[in-house]
Design a protein around this ligand. Structure first.
Ligand SMILES: C[S@@+](CC[C@H](N)C(=O)[O-])C[C@H]1O[C@@H](n2cnc3c(N)ncnc32)[C@H](O)[C@@H]1O
Length: 359
């Protein structure tokens, strides 16, 4: 999603933030209400939170847990490390991290919803954690110094941010070179159409702001990271107390990791390995509703679109589909033969759009 998404969609960022604060204010103040997502201790169990992690964490924080993944399952957090928890909510992950880093480490949790922060601070005081503090702020302008953190964690929140580039660049800014990103979030397997992205209620419903895997990958790398990897995926909204349209878009909870690039050359290599900048525009031009989209524009076969198509298919699961738009005649000629050779199925073809199923 580009920096201009808010403007492009005509979204009112202030109104969106107020709606998100209302939704998650309710998760803080009335956690038993029943939402379109799971919450609390049952959610923690679903997401593989281990009992010893939760020992000593006050119920105040656990009951308002609303994550979509498990940052601690991605990699260990070591004693003495400094951790930032972006959009920490009622503080469960910050407090778990505080236990992991111990007395010589530090944790800063940041959130924009006062009711969540109030609960997080109350829990920290109740459990007498002295190595964690909670700061009010936005993910897009973190109240944390440059290069402070060894690890940035976040859970269930990146999807709520229209300007993911700004949020991820902030995460890169506060990390030391080589610092780790360990994030639980969401992806969609079908692109969310622009008309849906303009509806604030679909943002608070965690649907409008979730992006395709290919788009998330490109956005993370462009923000200054290398080594993007999704380590787990699961339909985390299944069976939630309230219905939502999450299933229509194949919404999945995910855990992903990446590392802040140490050398410019390392980052350049990661940027060069990205299939195509056009991926980011997938939602606005896809017409066949595939799992991923690639616009080859007017590139001919000699300009490398088949390599990009191969790289994209490689990132999909077997049986998932890639929609390709290509207007150059040599692609139309070569694509069917290339699919046969590579053993992918060319499912259908509408005008200059092609649907390919990964083998
Ligand atoms: C789904 S809850 C997850 C909270 C917590 N990470 C957890 O796992 O329980 C999303 C949180 O993101 C916060 N949030 C959303 N957008 C934000 C932003 N732009 N800056 C700071 N916090 C944000 C909300 O206030 C809310 O507390």
């Amino acid at each position: 999603m580009s920096e201009n998404t808010v403007q492009e969609l005509g979204l009112n960022l202030d109104a969106l933030r107020v709606a998100i604060q209302e939704e998650y204010g309710a998760v803080a103040l009335n956690p038993q209400q029943g939402f379109h997502f799971h919450t609390g201790r049952p959610l923690a169990q679903m997401l593989g939170y281990r009992d010893p992690w939760l020992e000593g964490i006050p119920e105040t924080s656990i009951e308002s847990f609303a994550g979509t993944g498990n940052p601690f399952s991605i990699d260990e957090i070591g004693a003495g490390e400094q951790v930032v928890d972006v959009a920490c909510g009622a503080g469960i992950d910050s407090l778990i991290a505080a236990k992991m880093v111990g007395p010589n480490g530090r944790v800063i949790g940041v959130d924009m919803t006062p009711a969540m922060l109030e609960k997080a601070r109350r829990s920290a005081a109740e459990a007498q954690f002295t190595n964690v503090e909670f700061r009010e702020g936005y993910a897009e302008s973190l109240p944390v110094p440059d290069g402070w953190a060894d690890v940035v964690i976040s859970n269930g929140a990146l999807n709520l941010m229209p300007d993911k580039t700004a949020a991820l660049k902030e995460m890169a800014r506060v990390l030391k070179p080589g610092g780790r990103l360990q994030i639980g979030d969401l992806i969609v397997q079908k692109a969310v159409p622009t008309s849906a992205k303009q509806k604030i209620e679909l943002w608070t419903g965690c649907i409008a702001g979730a992006v395709l895997e290919t788009e998330l990958y490109a956005t993370v790398i462009k923000a200054g990271f290398v080594g993007f990897e999704i380590t787990w995926r699961d339909p985390v909204f299944d069976g939630a107390p309230q219905q939502s349209s999450a299933a229509n878009f194949g919404t999945l909870g995910i855990n992903f990791r990446a590392r802040k690039a140490v050398h410019p050359a390392e980052w350049d290599a990661a940027l060069e390995a990205l299939p195509s900048a056009e991926l980011a525009e997938a939602d606005s031009v896809s017409i066949l509703g595939a799992d991923a989209f690639y616009d080859a524009g007017d590139k001919g076969c000699a300009d490398g679109p088949l390599d990009e198509i191969a790289a994209l298919l490689h990132r999909l699961e077997p049986g998932q589909t890639l929609e390709v738009r290509a207007i150059e005649p040599s692609v139309a000629t070569d694509l069917p033969a290339w699919c046969r050779l590579a053993k992918h199925e060319l499912v259908t073809h509408e005008g200059d759009h092609y649907l390919i199923r990964r083998k």
